[in-house]
Design a protein around this ligand. Structure first.
Ligand code: BTN
Length: 233
């Protein structure tokens, strides 16, 4: 956000989309106020861009998954709603999307899309908010070493393409997410309107919300996170 705050309205208008990358991350931020601990052989970068908020989060997850499949494929990259990227039961990449608002400019559709990805390292399990999240990397899950510079530039340009595709053909984008949806068919728990809801995940709706069915009907979860619920035997 530092570059954004210093940018004049003219710079902002002419420089977007902009890729901001760091080689040494000291205080990585994750979703919901958590910490993001980047791997030494990973990637930490942000793409600052103009986008429609509709399906942005879905588009970012799909762009990362498709880039990994292109550079490290053949491999099956899955998405855990809204946009965590998983391979072989472990998280390889996380996304933090923040809206930028500046009273000097009409910047309401400027977003900072922060992406952290474990590329060639062998991470230990991460723990976020007392929930153990198994972490992996592209190398660990696929056995392939990916060039980080290529991964950085390919992800950034793919992201801009997919953001446009979200507007031009949203149904196709939703299908690309659905085909990778980790939670579909699982018992999940999340918050809907401040209330905890538990039920079977039926994928996502046309707005990119997570659909959960239980005895009370079909519920649509539009923010936060969903946890898979382990069923007792
Ligand atoms: C998550 O899974 O909770 C989101 C992780 C997002 C990490 C990226 S790394 C680049 C950008 N800068 C940060 O401090 N966080 C995001």
């Amino acid at each position: 956000m530092g570059w954004l705050r210093r940018a004049t309205p003219t710079q902002l208008e002419h420089s977007l989309p902009k890729l901001v990358h760091t080689d040494r991350q000291t205080a990585g931020r994750g979703r919901h106020g958590r910490q993001w601990v980047g791997q030494h052989d990973g990637l930490a970068f942000s793409v600052i861009t103009v986008a429609s908020p509709k399906l942005l989060s879905i588009a970012v997850g799909v762009a990362i998954a498709e880039t990994i499949e292109m550079l490290a494929g053949p491999t099956c990259v899955r998405l855990k709603w809204p946009n965590d990227v998983w391979i072989s039961g472990g998280k390889v990449a996380g996304v933090l999307i923040e809206r930028y608002a500046d009273t000097r400019t009409n910047s309401q559709n400027v977003f900072v899309v922060g992406i952290g990805c474990n590329v060639n390292s062998y991470p230990n399990h991460h723990t976020f908010d007392e929930v153990a999240v198994p972490a992996t990397s592209i190398a660990q899950a696929t056995g392939r070493i990916v060039d980080r510079t290529e991964m950085l530039h390919t992800t950034a340009s793919r992201l801009i393409e997919v953001i446009h595709e979200a507007v031009e053909d949203p149904a196709d984008l939703l299908q690309r997410f659905e085909s990778r949806c980790v939670l579909r068919g699982s018992m999940v728990r999340c918050q809907v309107g401040g209330q905890p809801i538990q039920g079977i995940c039926e994928g996502i709706d046309a707005e990119g919300n997570l659909l959960i069915r239980n005895d009370h009907g079909l519920h649509s979860c539009h923010s936060g996170e969903a946890q898979r619920v382990r069923m007792a035997n």
